[in-house]
Design a protein around this ligand. Structure first.
Ligand code: ADP
Ligand code: ADP
Length: 228
């Protein structure tokens, strides 16, 4: 579990206009926050700065109050949750979820792997599907497998980068509600990037609206909806 604090974050690529310009947001432990705005407004850059894939030009990034600007991605204990393309088609659901534990060589006994995968599958209602391959799952189930991977790693927070953008409208609606339900059940701090207004207004506790690298406003969906 983690709080994530963005203090006056700036990202400049070369000498161009800042891609992220002085953004400050306090993300509470367990909060589900949406970053929304048109293409090029800096959403992905901000997410990549949080996860550690992009250097911070200026400002401070804190996780649970600790400054992590220089920490490598693997030491931040955050999990990017990718959509189905990140699952291994030849592996079962069980082995897909176990994958991060297998990578951490020598750290986990087979019993421990089994316990962690079984627990995550139970939380995500995937127990009956553990021996299936990703091709035989629904879109929502695949998304849950991707979340399962993050759970077994015991990540402090989930980061979603437009996970639904390549799906048709029907599937998008279904997955939207799955993600929302799961996030609430798990209570894991989540940052979710989208350019889709419906996702922004239905998924999160708060919506941060970005424009040209700046934070235009941040409010609950209700507050945004009710404003003139
Ligand atoms: P969004 O995710 O909202 O579409 P991005 O964070 O991808 O926006 O991009 C924000 C701005 O930074 C854009 O103007 C984009 O062209 C620029 N940008 C993103 N990545 C790079 C990069 N690696 N090098 C140079 N400019 C970049
Ligand atoms: P997004 O959907 O996030 O806007 P883009 O198509 O803008 O994606 O960017 C795809 C990739 O290209 C990203 O890794 C981004 O960092 C990089 N990128 C974006 N804009 C530029 C740029 N002006 N120069 C170099 N790389 C860029």
């Amino acid at each position: 579990m983690a709080s994530i604090t963005l203090n006056n974050l700036v990202k400049k690529y070369g000498d161009g206009f800042p891609a992220v310009n002085d953004i400050s947001i306090d993300i509470a432990d367990g909060e589900f926050i949406i970053l929304v705005g048109p293409s090029g407004c800096g959403k992905s850059t901000l997410l990549r700065m949080i996860v550690g894939l992009e250097d911070i030009t200026d400002g401070d990034l804190l996780i649970n109050g600790e400054r992590v600007n220089e920490k490598a991605p693997r030491d931040r204990n955050l999990a990017m949750v990718f959509q189905n393309y990140a699952l291994y088609p030849h592996l079962t659901v069980y082995e897909n979820i176990a994958f991060p534990l297998r990578l951490a060589k020598g750290k986990h006994s087979e019993d421990e792997v089994n316990r962690l995968v079984t627990d995550a599958a139970s939380t995500l209602e995937l127990t009956e599907h553990l021996q299936r391959k990703p091709a035989n799952l629904s879109g929502g189930q695949r998304q849950r497998v991707a979340m399962g991977r993050a759970i077994v790693r015991q990540a402090d927070a989930f980061l979603f980068d437009e996970p639904l953008s390549n799906l048709d409208a029907k599937l998008r609606g279904q997955m939207r509600s799955e993600i929302s339900q799961m996030q609430r059940r798990l209570g894991i701090t989540s940052v979710y990037v989208t350019h889709d207004q419906t996702e922004a207004m239905t998924l999160g506790d708060r919506v941060a609206v970005l424009k040209k690298g700046e934070l235009q406003q941040i409010a609950s969906p209700r507050e945004l909806y009710e404003q003139p």
